[in-house]
Design a protein around this ligand. Sequence first.
Ligand code: B12
Length: 228
Amino acid sequence: MTVSGEAVHRLQQELTAAIDEADIQRGVALARDALSQGISPLDLIQDVIRPVMKDFGEAFARLDIFLPELMGASVVVKAMQSQVLEPAIRQSGGNSVNQGTVVIGTCQGDIHDIGKNMVSLMLQVNGFKVIDLGTNVSPQTFLDTARREEADIIALSSLLTPSLPYMKDLLKRLEGLGERDRYMVIAGGAALSEEYSKRAGFDGYSEDAITAVEICKNLMKQRKGAQA
Ligand code: B12
């Protein structure tokens, strides 16, 4: 279902109010209502949660709000995610064909994980084996895990600019070891742009979880094609 601009605007206002009041139950009820109106969990994330969180991030950068408020915002959104969105996505998904193995994590120095968790979940429900390393993951840990798990794809999330060098560091290490072609490396998160990720040499970039899955599927097709 395509969500009307008016409905999106109303939901954004409601979520902003729930966060302003640090009202977890209001946020959870909002997510339930939206789903019962036929809005998909992914539309809710992309069209409502992400822009509202971006606004809170900008207010934080202007010093209109402070870290406790930002943490309050993430508590409301995490409750919506764990209580409503994740169960709904798990229920709707179900591709049991193994599409490939992805090692995912948030890069060193960065503990943001709301968006990364959505990408991880969407990959799982679309048939990928996902090893989620959590947050603050060093390049060496990505590398060791990818080797141990014989991963196809390494997926890096970063919302903090100071973490970007660690993403590039992983590419450098792979090149230095002669293993750059062994793994496809994709990246996402608010610290990056498509242009940045192209320049850095990643194999894929996306700013949402659905496109992340499409990119991984396409990369796997290319890989299987190359092996055939
Ligand atoms: C919530 C939040 C927090 C929470 C995080 C809670 C958590 N468990 O994640 C808390 C309060 C802990 C926090 C802390 C900090 N934060 Co903060 N935070 C945010 C905020 C407001 C929202 C992030 C979010 O959850 N968005 C919603 C999700 C759904 O969207 P998303 O993360 O973008 O993910 C989507 C896509 O990007 C994509 N995606 C994500 N990962 C991946 C990976 C791959 C492989 C792919 C393909 C796609 C993909 O798909 C996702 C789903 O749609 C952002 C603002 C913003 N613009 O994002 C600031 C922001 C990221 N934070 C910021 C800062 C500065 C900090 C602090 C340093 C503040 C401080 N002084 O301590 C600390 C850093 C702590 C640390 N070491 O990491 C800055 C970063 C600035 C910069 N460029 O470096 C931002 C941009 C705010 C701002 N405008 O100043 N923060």
